[in-house]
Design a protein around this ligand. Structure first.
Ligand SMILES: Cc1ncc(COP(=O)(O)O)c(C=O)c1O
Length: 391
């Protein structure tokens, strides 16, 4: 649990490193983009995978009841959500689940609501399948991002709008939607027969006084009109194991999703992912608490650094996730200039704001799930570069 230790990821085909040339045109940037962490997974997870790997049979596997029980128990202890075993279905990833939901519950030409700025694949899962995006942009206020309920109310009255993909907690703005917001959103969608697909992959990474409330845990009406997507992948840094799950109390909706999973022959899954999930959920809590403390420290360090040295940059303090959404509009650069500046002058590989929607203009997303030394170096490089352009 030494998060200060810098782990050499070379030789692991890590996307975060290997895609630098493709994305930034150079390998000479500190990679602080894609949402995985530069930390080792919990030792219990490593041991579980090692144990399974020691048995030289790697044929098709299923998941035992222990897998599902670990999920039920995790939801209960971390989110006070009483989940029934039969509501849970394995999925090979959250984004594949979003695709299956779009296909199962909409037809070509139907509309899907998303709330930009938002995780870029939310656009793809709609557009790539011949569906139409209906944007309900978040409102950027001095108190943080808010949902635009009046606009949501208006757009969801159209019969073409069939589902809404909610990001909760929200990547990249870091909001943990509260009970009041979720309830209001839920009643608008319910009234207008819009199914809510709630992507809660960042649910375990919440800081401070906030706590994550699963949308479906709020009421039986919301449980009946939603699909919750969760995974241990962000929480325990095991995204490469392609193991996630959905929680769907509504039997009819669950069966439709299960049909898609079967149709794509994606139900066998990854045997190491199943072992990792069990170990993480059963034995990983102490590690997680230490991780949250460390990342919170990184977030506070970055907040202070900007405040002391670059107060013109607007930083939304994330209530959750290890992603920070930075507004550089005070620098008066075009997005292309800002991007070039980050790569060539500051030596940083961050996420380019406009990929999160047009609301991301002048923004960059910074991943702070790295050793503090790496974050300090990144901030120092940014400041040095900035001092050459800003008086
Ligand atoms: C909101 C959100 N959903 C889904 C994913 C990816 O999920 P998966 O790797 O299970 O497809 C990410 C990864 O960054 C994310 O931020």
């Amino acid at each position: 649990m030494n998060f200060d230790k810098i782990i050499d990821r070379s030789g692991t085909n890590a996307l975060k490193l290997e895609f630098r040339e493709r994305l930034f045109g150079t390998n000479e940037v500190i990679p602080l983009w894609v949402a995985d962490m530069d930390f080792k997974a919990p030792q219990q997870v490593v041991e579980a995978i090692r144990k399974r790997a020691a048995h030289p049979m790697y044929g098709y596997t299923s998941r035992d009841e222990d897998f599902f029980q670990a999920i039920v128990d995790w939801q209960n202890k971390r989110h006070s959500w009483n989940v029934s075993r039969e509501w849970v279905e394995f999925m090979p990833g959250v984004v594949p689940t979003l695709v299956m939901a779009v296909q199962a519950f909409t037809s070509e030409g139907d509309k899907v609501v998303i709330q930009p700025p938002v995780y870029p694949p939310f656009f793809d899962v709609v557009k790539d399948h011949g569906r139409i995006i209906e944007e309900n942009p978040l409102i950027d206020t001095e108190y943080g991002y808010r949902m635009d309920f009046e606009h949501l109310e208006k757009i969801t009255t159209s019969d073409d709008v069939k589902i809404m993909i909610l990001c909760h907690p929200h990547n990249p703005v870091g909001r943990v939607w509260n009970r009041e917001e979720l309830t209001r959103l839920g009643s608008i969608c319910q009234k207008n027969n819009v199914l809510i697909v709630s992507d809660e992959i960042h649910a375990d990474l919440v800081y401070g006084d906030q706590s994550h409330i699963p949308l479906a845990s709020i009421s039986s009406e919301l449980a009946d009109n939603s699909i919750t997507c969760m995974a241990p992948s962000k929480t325990f840094n095991i995204a490469g194991l392609n193991t996630s799950y959905v929680i769907v109390p509504n039997e009819k909706i669950r069966k439709s999703l299960q049909k898609k999973l079967k149709a794509y022959h994606l139900f066998t899954g990854n045997m190491f992912g199943a072992e990792a999930l069990k170990a993480a959920y059963k034995e990983g809590e102490t590690w997680l608490e230490a991780l949250l403390k460390y990342i919170k420290g990184n977030i506070e360090y970055v907040m202070d650094f900007f405040e002391q040295n670059m107060p013109e940059v607007r930083v939304h303090k994330p209530e959750a996730t290890y992603l920070m959404w930075l507004d550089f509009s005070a620098w008066k650069m075009s997005d292309a200039q800002l991007r070039k500046f980050m790569i060539e002058k500051a030596g940083l590989g961050l996420n380019y704001g406009p990929t999160f929607g047009s609301q991301g203009q002048n923004f960059q997303r910074l991943n702070v799930a790295s050793s503090r030394k790496v974050i300090e170096k990144a901030m120092a490089q940014l400041l040095e570069a900035r001092n050459q352009i800003v008086k």
